[in-house]
Write a protein that binds this ligand. Structure first.
Ligand code: ACO
Length: 154
């Protein structure tokens, strides 16, 4: 989709907070990283239609901790634009590694992240069982494990 611009923000509206919950269903967990995250939104005709949050993890390493696009705007390339922007931004800030994690049952997301150059590096076994109070069912499977992916920036 053309006419998408991306800009940095410092705080999120209630609507954007709700959108973050599409990517991460735990309010508590989202709140735990929201303040310290670098935040960017995708705007279409002046209205936010997507968001990406990045946090510092280890030295020279940044993680895309949350990425979400409003339901009506999905599958039009906005998620890809947010990923591309995040990668370019991280390069410009001289990070060496960019990471992203997603559920082992999140097949669409796993496809998308690999399309943008991320490669699986490890499995966080039982991550969703340990950190989330409710069972998550996705693609007719119980979500248990997190797949961690990364790419080198230099
Ligand atoms: N189901 C099926 N396919 C998907 C899915 C999905 N849930 N997510 C991505 N894809 C695939 C599509 O098949 C499509 O393929 P294409 O290359 O043939 O077009 C492509 O990925 C979509 O690419 P975009 O249009 O660039 O991405 P989009 O704007 O739809 O944004 C996003 C992708 C952010 C994952 C969106 O679907 C979304 O908000 N989902 C709900 C929240 C979510 O799951 N966020 C990620 C959680 S992990 C994390 O936050 C670190």
């Amino acid at each position: 989709m053309e006419n998408i611009s991306i800009s940095s923000i410092t705080s999120v509206s209630d609507n954007l907070f709700k959108l973050l919950l599409d990517a991460d269903p735990s309010k508590n967990i989202v709140q735990s990283y929201l303040k310290r995250a670098y935040k960017f939104i995708a705007l279409f005709k002046g209205a936010p239609v997507g968001i990406v949050l990045l946090i510092d993890t280890r030295p020279e390493t940044i993680e895309i901790i949350n990425i979400a696009v409003s339901k009506d705007y999905r599958n039009q390339g906005i998620g890809g634009k947010l990923l591309e922007y995040s990668i370019k931004w991280a390069k410009s800030k001289k990070y060496r590694v960019i990471e992203i994690g997603t559920g082992s049952t999140s097949f669409g997301q796993l496809y998308l992240y690999q399309k943008y150059g991320f490669r699986p590096v490890s499995i966080d076994r039982d991550f969703f069982v340990t950190h989330y109070p409710h069972r998550i069912i996705e693609n007719k499977l119980v979500l248990k494990d997190m797949v961690r992916l990364q790419q080198y920036l230099f």
